[in-house]
Structure formats: C-alpha cells, structure tokens
Ligand binder design. Structure first.
Ligand SMILES: C[C@@]1(CC(=O)O)c2cc3[nH]c(cc4nc(cc5[nH]c(cc(n2)[C@H]1CCC(=O)O)[C@@](C)(CC(=O)O)[C@@H]5CCC(=O)O)C(CC(=O)O)=C4CCC(=O)O)c(CCC(=O)O)c3CC(=O)O
Ligand SMILES: NC(=O)C1=CN([C@@H]2O[C@H](COP(=O)(O)OP(=O)(O)OC[C@H]3O[C@@H](n4cnc5c(N)ncnc54)[C@H](O)[C@@H]3O)[C@@H](O)[C@H]2O)C=CC1
Length: 199
C-alpha cells in the first residue's frame, strides 16, 4: 500500500514575516537562495558564527530586508522571529534551537533532519502569477527537482495572459457570486475539452 502525502501546503507572504536563518555555510546559502528565488523581498535575519560563503555577504549587501550578525546563536536571537531555519553543522545546536523555538510556537525547518522539521521547502514552478509547489513528502528532493523541470518546460510561458483574461472576464460578468462561478467554470471547462480534441 503506497503512502499518502498529508502535508498541508500554504503560500507565505514572506515579506510580511520575519525569518531567522542560523548558519552561514553551503546549506544556509541554499536555503537563502530558495527563499529569495520565490520571495525577493523576504525579511530574513541571519545568525552565523562564521560566514563561509561570500555569496551570503553579497546577498545581505544587496537586500535591505536581510540582515546578518556574525556571532554564535543565543536564545535572544529568536526574539521577533516567526519562522526559524537551521543550517549549521551541529545537530545538538539544532535540537536546542528547535526546542526553544517550539516553546515560542515558532515553525522550524532543520536542514538534513526531516524528523525535526515542522515544514519542508518544496520545488516551485513560477510562471507569472501561477505558482506550483511540489513535495515528495520529504522522500526524494531529486524527484521534486525533476518534476519542477518537467513542469517548467510543459506549462506555456504565456499562462499569465490566460490568468489576466480570466480576471477581465470575471470583472465584466454581471450577476451574483453563483452566476460568476458557473460562468467561469463553463468557460474554462471548454479549454480542457479543447485539449482532449487536440489529442
Ligand atoms: C525534507 C527536505 C527538507 C527541507 O530541506 O525542507 C529535504 C531534505 C534533504 N535534502 C537532501 C538532499 C538534496 N536536496 C536536493 C534539492 C532540494 N531539496 C529540497 C527540499 C527538501 N530537501 C525537503 C523535501 C522536499 C520533498 O518533499 O520533495 C528542494 C525541493 C527545495 C529546496 O531546498 O530549495 C530542493 C530542489 C530544488 C529544485 O531544484 O527544484 C538535492 C538535489 C539536487 O540538489 O540536485 C539533494 C541531493 C540528492 C539527495 O540526497 O536526495 C537530503 C540528503 C542530504 C544527505 O544525506 O546528504 C535531505 C535530508 C534527508 O532526506 O534526510
Ligand atoms: N554541503 C552540503 O551540500 C551538504 C551538507 N550536509 C550537512 O549539513 C550541515 C551543514 O553543512 P554546510 O552548510 O556545508 O556546513 P558549513 O560548515 O559550510 O556551515 C556551517 C555553518 O554553521 C555555522 N555555525 C556553527 N555553529 C554555530 C553556532 N553556534 N551559531 C551560529 N552559527 C553556527 C558555521 O559558522 C557555518 O557558517 C552539515 O552537518 C553537513 O554535514 C549534508 C548534505 C549536503
């Protein structure tokens, strides 16, 4: 019997939240890039005993919403944080921070340690206003990456035009909510039928 993915996906407004990222090495840089790829104005405080990747310094210098303190983690660093991501080379430190963070009801992601995570990062496909998040339940990031590449190639670049057309149509429709829902469903149902005809 195959296992079902029970993770609940949400799309965060990262510029309205305060992220704390602990660590300044390879994995911290990967996490930082993953956040910024999706949310270039994300609000992130970085705490790192020693920054080992100079790209992190460049990112901090070019992003007013990102700050860096080069020092060891202290419990006070959790002050004001809403989401905590850990990417140091110390599992003991990760467990300590996770416990402190959970006492404050903060959500945590711990690099390399799915069992300590409250949430995972996913692969994401973004085309204009459309965003698709991909998860394999933490089992195979490589499959997530390949699915992303497949969808990036398959979904048309002009999908945003389609979304904007629907926004226009929705605004022009006169009638109550139910009428609009029915009309929008009818219009878009024909797109799927057309696809079937093409095959
Ligand atoms: C659980 C999760 C937790 C989290 O990080 O949130 C996690 C955990 C781990 N990753 C590991 C390794 C790799 N991670 C990647 C890549 C990505 N990893 C991402 C997410 C996640 N990784 C979460 C689950 C996502 C899901 O459910 O599918 C992506 C999707 C998003 C992102 O991070 O941006 C991003 C693809 C971005 C893209 O390109 O689209 C590659 C592939 C590559 O780089 O080519 C490898 C090497 C191959 C391999 O080892 O599989 C290891 C083993 C470390 C070790 O043992 O050495 C663990 C720990 C473990 O599994 O125990
Ligand atoms: N490099 C990679 O792609 C992979 C790494 N890993 C594992 O992930 C972990 C992290 O890897 P890397 O980022 O490559 O390590 P790294 O050595 O490049 O970075 C670790 C960072 O944590 C910081 N740090 C350590 N103690 C700290 C403290 N008390 N307070 C604040 N910052 C502290 C260090 O100063 C450094 O910036 C390691 O356990 C590694 O084995 C696993 C798979 C792949």
């Amino acid at each position: 019997m195959s296992e079902k993915n029970n993770l609940f996906p949400i799309f965060l407004k990262a510029e309205q939240l305060k992220f704390l990222l602990v660590g300044g090495g390879n994995v911290a840089l990967e996490k930082l890039e993953a956040i910024l790829r999706n949310s270039p104005s994300a609000n992130i405080n970085i705490i790192a005993k020693e920054v080992k990747r100079k790209e992190i310094i460049d990112i901090v210098n070019n992003n007013p919403a990102i700050s860096l303190k080069e020092k060891s983690f202290e419990p006070d660093d959790l002050q004001g944080a809403e989401i905590v991501m850990m990417a140091t080379d110390s599992r003991e430190l990760h467990i300590e921070i996770r416990n402190l963070a959970r006492q404050k009801n903060l959500l945590v992601n711990v690099a390399d340690t799915p069992d300590l995570c409250d949430f995972y990062l996913g692969s994401t496909v973004t085309k204009g206003s459309l965003k698709i998040g991909i998860s394999t339940n933490g089992k195979s990031p490589t499959l997530s990456k390949r699915m992303r590449q497949y969808l990036e190639e398959t979904i048309p670049e002009d999908i945003d035009d389609l979304i904007n057309k629907l926004v226009d149509i929705r605004q022009q429709l006169k009638g109550d909510f139910e009428y609009k829902v029915n009309q929008l469903n009818d219009i878009t149902a024909s797109w799927l039928d057309k696809k079937k005809d093409d095959q």
